[in-house]
Design a protein around this ligand. Sequence first.
Ligand code: NAD
Length: 356
Amino acid sequence: MTHNLLILEGDGIGPEIVAEAMKVVDCLQSDYGFQAEIEHGLIGGAGVDGAGDPLPEATLDQAKQADAILLGAVGGVKWDSLERPMRPEQGLLRIRAGLDLFANLRPAILYPELVDASTLKPDVVSGLDIMIVRELTGGIYFGQPRGIRELENGEKEGFNTLVYRESEVDRITRVAVDVAKKRSSTLCSVDKANVLEVSELWRNKVTEICDEVGGINLSHMYVDNAAMQLIREPKQFDVIVTGNMFGDILSDAAAMLTGSIGMLPSASLNSDNKGMYEPIHGSAPDIAGKGIANPLATILSVAMMLRYSLNEGELADKIETSVRQVLADGARTADLGGSMTTSEMGNAVITVLKSN
Ligand code: NAD
């Protein structure tokens, strides 16, 4: 079966890290019978420069045709002063909305070899393996009305709307339940139900779905407590489900527990399991062009793509095993305390992948 892939390199370190991930895709094609038709498209600052839009229509069309999308990262100082609709990050929000990618899966795994890279004590984080399921196309990032208005006294007021419908909570909960069932069937839903009505509705709906499905050990936690518990005793969590903004913040905190932001992939899925796969980090303008970015989060994003959208779990396993092997062999880019370049790290993964 031939898979249609769309590759969006984006900005900053995006093209550098995606080049290494594509070496992995090439290797799967040459050595493991993986078949793919590959297209490239523009997004973010590259979209603004190349087509006058952070999400050119052509890119959205390509994305709709593709089985899965691999994205590097978007953003950079060059575009920071543009009007909000023209900023690179808008391209990202729009492609998520355009493809209805409502479920964001962000694993935070601490590889045993990197236990010393975490800022937390080894006994607190060793063995850490959390999956955060974040709602991605609703909540306060998309809610209307929004804006900045001037009051009668001339003072300005900024406002956004935090809104969730039952159907939105229903579908993200079902994704989280599926993920939990493949792990320990333990699910923690994070909200702010002590203060927010929208969280009260969230909590009730999550409980209803879990009761309906059965077999899930469900707990609820307020977001402020969850932030504290993630730092205090992160291993108490297995799967977390939460809304867009809470998930944005908690998943970055969880990422840092693992030592480097350069290690963590993510998947954003719609109800047909079409997905966009990307490292959780940004375009890292401070190191762009230096050839020192860690490509492993992007390579691991390819593994997630194979598992969740392309039904090629065995190939995903091969990639993940290869990444573990190179880390065990001592391969380290600068963010992990080493001196390997981006392409040396990519090549190290390929060498192991070819021998697996
Ligand atoms: P960032 O994730 O780009 O960088 C934070 C820090 O982590 C930097 O010091 C960077 O050098 C380092 N880092 C990130 N990825 C790395 C890698 N693979 N290897 C080694 N080090 C790495 O976050 P930021 O600095 O807050 O944002 C920079 C730009 O990225 C902004 O324009 C922001 O809007 C954008 N951004 C994009 C995405 C995305 O495309 N999904 C996500 C977050 C931020």
